[in-house]
Design a protein around this ligand. Structure first.
Ligand code: C2E
Ligand code: CA
Ligand code: CA
Length: 588
C-alpha cells in the first residue's frame, strides 16, 4: 500500500496503546480510543484542556522537572512511572513515554498505558533468582585468593587503600627515571545527600560509574583505588605533571550519569601532590606513601573549601593542623564579632518583574573584620555552621532583619515590603527554631506573611523530621518558605510534596547561563513551570543583564533580584529606596 493511501487517523485512533498528542502549554490536541477506554473519559472533555490536569500535583513535579526538560533537551523520554486520574479521579498506575515532533507548531506524542505491578509469583521468582546469584557470587568471592582480597575494593574492583599504598611504595622504591611521582585524592561532593535521597543502591551505582570513568580516563599506567566511602586515589610514577590530568578527571566525574532512572550530576574535588627527585638514584628521601596520601587529602579538603568541583595542588605548610587552628581562631573571632558591632546586614532589593515595583529585600550578612577588612559570608558561614555558632549568628540576623522590616512597614501609607532571611540547615534542625521566630514576630509586630525564610534543599533533607516540625509551625504562623539555590541539589524533588513551600529561588548559576546554555535555559524554564504547577512563587537571583531579564520575562518569572537592578544596600539606602518606591509607584 502506498504511503499516502494509508489512513493515519484511523491508525492513531485504533492503536493498541493509549496515545495523547499535546501542543503548546501541554494542551491536549487529540487522544485515541485506547486512552479513553482505559481512563473512562470522553474525548470532548479532554481535547483543549491541559494534560497536567490528569496528573496529581505530586507527579506534576516529576513531570515539570524530568519529563518536560528531557523532552526539550533530548526530544524523548521513556519508562516514566506516574499516576493518572480516571474519570472519577481514581488514581491509575501509569507508564509513559513521549517524543517531541518538530512540526510547526511543535507537538508532543505521548504513549500512556497501565503500569503492571509485579505479581506475587513474579516477585517470588525474581527473589529466587537473586538468591541463586548471591550464593554464586559468595562462592566466587571465597575463591578469590587472600592476596587479591586484601588489595581490592569489592564494590568497584579498584585497588583498596592497602593496595594503593603498596603500589605507591613500589613506585617510590623503583626510583623512576623521570624522577617524578604524583598522587591525587578525589572526594565526591555531597555524596551523603545522594545516598540519603536516592538510596544506598544508587550510591553504589554512582561509585561504580566514577570508578569506570577513572579507568577510561587514566588507562592502565595509573594506579586507581577507592580509599574511603566516597574517596578515590590515583597515582603514577615516572611521568611529569598531574596538571595535564587533573582538570580532565574533575570534568569526567561531573558528566551527568543515569542512576535509578534519574539523571544526576555528581561532582568531585581533587587534591594532588607531586614529589620530584633531581637525582633518581637518590630516591625520594623523606617521602613515604602514607604522607603522600595524607597531603593529597589535605589539598582535597582545600578544593572542597574553595567551592568544590575543582582541583588544588598540595602546598606544604597548609597542613590540616594549621587549618584546624585557623578555624578555631576564626570561631573566636566570629564570637567577638557577634559581641562587638563588626557584623551587619545588607539588603538586596527584589523586584516584581512585570511592574518593576519593589517586592522586598533579601538580608545578607556582612562582616568588617578590624584587621582583615570585609570577609564574605562564604568565608565564615561554613565554619559557624560546623561549630553550632550559626544558631547565635542566625538568630542575630533574623532579629535584625525582622526589626528593620517591621519599621519599614510601619511608615504611614507604605506599601507592604517583604523581607527574606537565609536560614542554615543547622538552624532548621533545631526544635526551638520556629518558636524563636514566633517570638520575634510577636515582639516586632511584623505581619508574618511579610517574612520569607530561605533554606536550601540540603537543609530540608538533612534532618527531615525536625525540618517538618519547624515548617508546619512556621506555616501555621503564616511565614513564607522559599527553597534557595533551587535545582543545585542532586536528588529528585520528591521532598517538595512533603513540605508546605511557598517559593522557589532559581540559583544564580542557572540564571547566568540563560542566554547561552540550552541546558540552563531548560532548567530555568522547568523551575518556573514547576512553581506554576504547584501554584507557588518563583524568584530568579543573580540577574546581571537586560538579556537575562528579557528571557525571564518570556518564561513567566515573577520576581527578580541581581546586580542588574541593585547591589545589596545598607540600612540607610534601604529606607531611601522604600520611601522612593512609595512615592513613585501607585499602590495596588
Ligand atoms: P545566597 O543566598 O545564594 O545569596 C546570593 C549571593 O549572590 C549573595 O552573595 C549576593 O550578594 C550575590 N549576588 C546577588 N546578586 C548577584 C548578581 O547579580 N551577580 C553576582 N555575581 N552575585 C550576586 P553573598 O552576600 O556573598 O552571600 C553568599 C551566601 O552566604 C548566600 O548565598 C547565603 O547562602 C550565605 N549567607 C549570607 N547571609 C547569610 C545569613 O544571614 N545566614 C546564613 N545562614 N547564610 C547567609
Ligand atoms: Ca539566599
Ligand atoms: Ca544562590
Amino acid at each position: 500500500m502506498s504511503d499516502d493511501a494509508f489512513d493515519y487517523a484511523a491508525l492513531f485512533r485504533g492503536a493498541p496503546v493509549g496515545s495523547v498528542v499535546t501542543g503548546e502549554g501541554d494542551v491536549i490536541l487529540q487522544v485515541n480510543d485506547a486512552f479513553l477506554a482505559w481512563t473512562g473519559r470522553r474525548r470532548e472533555e479532554l481535547v483543549g484542556t491541559s494534560l497536567l490536569r490528569l496528573i496529581p500535583v505530586g507527579d506534576r513535579i516529576l513531570f515539570a522537572t524530568r519529563v518536560a526538560p528531557l523532552l526539550g533537551l533530548a526530544g524523548r523520554v521513556r519508562d516514566v512511572a506516574l499516576t493518572v486520574f480516571d474519570h472519577q479521579r481514581v488514581p491509575l498506575a501509569a507508564w509513559l513515554a513521549a517524543s517531541r515532533i518538530e512540526s510547526t507548531p511543535p507537538i508532543t506524542a505521548y504513549a500512556i498505558g497501565p503500569r503492571r505491578e509485579r505479581s506475587i509469583e513474579e516477585a517470588a521468582l525474581i527473589g529466587a533468582v537473586h538468591r541463586a546469584e548471591l550464593s554464586d557470587a559468595r562462592r566466587l568471592d571465597a575463591e578469590l585468593t587472600l592476596e587479591q582480597a586484601a588489595a581490592e575494593d569489592s564494590l568497584t574492583g579498584l585497588l583498596n587503600r592497602a593496595g594503593l599504598l603498596s603500589e605507591v611504595r613500589g613506585i617510590l622504591e623503583a626510583r623512576p627515571a623521570v624522577g617524578e611521582v604524583w598522587l591525587g585524592m578525589l572526594g565526591l561532593d555531597h555524596f551523603r545527600v545522594v545516598n540519603e535521597s536516592l538510596g544506598g543502591d544508587a550510591g553504589d551505582e554512582v561509585l561504580r560509574t566514577v570508578a569506570q570513568r577513572l579507568r577510561e580516563q587514566l588507562g592502565e599506567q595509573v594506579s586507581i583505588a577507592r580509599v574511603g566511602d566516597d574517596e578515590f586515589a590515583v597515582a603514577r610514577g615516572g611521568e611529569a605533571g598531574i596538571e595535564g590530568f587533573a582538570d580532565e578527571i574533575v570534568r569526567a566525574v561531573a558528566r551527568p550519569m543515569v542512576v535509578a532512572d534519574l539523571e544526576v550530576v555528581v561532582t568531585a574535588s581533587l587534591g594532588a601532590v607531586e614529589v620530584w627527585s633531581g637525582d633518581p638514584r637518590a630516591g625520594f628521601p623523606g617521602t613515604d606513601a602514607e604522607s603522600l596520601l595524607r597531603n593529597a587529602a589535605t589539598a582535597m579538603h582545600e578544593a572542597k573549601a574553595a567551592g568544590r568541583n575543582r582541583w588544588k595542588p598540595y602546598i606544604a605548610g597548609t597542613a590540616e593542623d594549621d587549618r584546624a587552628i585557623d578555624e578555631l581562631r576564626l570561631l573566636g573571632e566570629i564570637r567577638s564579632a557577634l559581641a562587638g558591632d563588626e557584623l551587619r546586614l545588607e539588603y538586596q532589593p527584589q523586584l516584581d518583574l512585570a511592574t518593576g515595583g519593589l517586592h522586598g529585600f533579601e538580608a545578607l550578612i556582612r562582616w568588617s573584620h578590624p584587621e582583615r577588612g570585609e570577609i564574605s559570608p562564604a568565608g565564615f558561614i561554613g565554619v559557624a555552621e560546623k561549630s553550632g555558632l550559626i544558631s547565635q549568628l542566625g538568630s542575630w540576623a533574623c532579629r535584625t532583619a525582622i526589626l528593620l522590616c517591621a519599621e519599614l512597614n510601619d511608615a504611614p501609607g507604605s506599601r507592604p515590603v517583604r523581607m527574606a532571611v537565609n536560614i542554615s540547615a543547622r538552624q532548621f534542625g533545631d526544635a526551638q527554631f520556629a518558636g524563636s521566630i514566633a517570638e520575634l514576630l510577636a515582639a516586632s509586630g511584623l505581619e508574618p506573611s511579610l517574612l520569607t525564610l530561605e533554606i536550601t534543599e540540603t537543609g530540608l533533607i538533612t534532618d527531615p523530621v525536625a525540618a517538618a516540625t519547624n515548617l508546619a509551625r512556621l506555616h501555621e504562623l503564616g511565614v513564607r518558605l522559599s527553597i534557595d539555590d533551587f535545582g543545585t541539589g542532586h536528588a529528585g524533588f520528591a521532598y517538595l510534596k512533603d513540605f508546605p513551600i511557598d517559593e522557589l529561588k532559581i540559583d544564580r548559576s542557572f540564571v547566568s547561563g540563560l542566554a547561552d546554555s540550552a541546558d540552563d535555559t531548560a532548567i530555568v524554564e522547568s523551575c518556573i513551570r514547576l512553581a506554576a504547577a504547584m501554584g507557588i512563587g518563583v524568584v530568579a537571583e543573580g540577574v546581571e543583564t537586560a538579556e537575562q531579564q528579557a528571557l525571564l520575562g518570556e518564561l513567566g518569572c515573577d520576581v527578580v533580584q541581581g546586580f542588574h537592578y541593585s547591589r545589596p544596600l545598607d540600612t540607610r539606602a534601604v529606607r531611601e529606596r522604600v520611601a522612593a518606591d512609595g512615592a513613585t509607584v501607585e499602590p495596588r
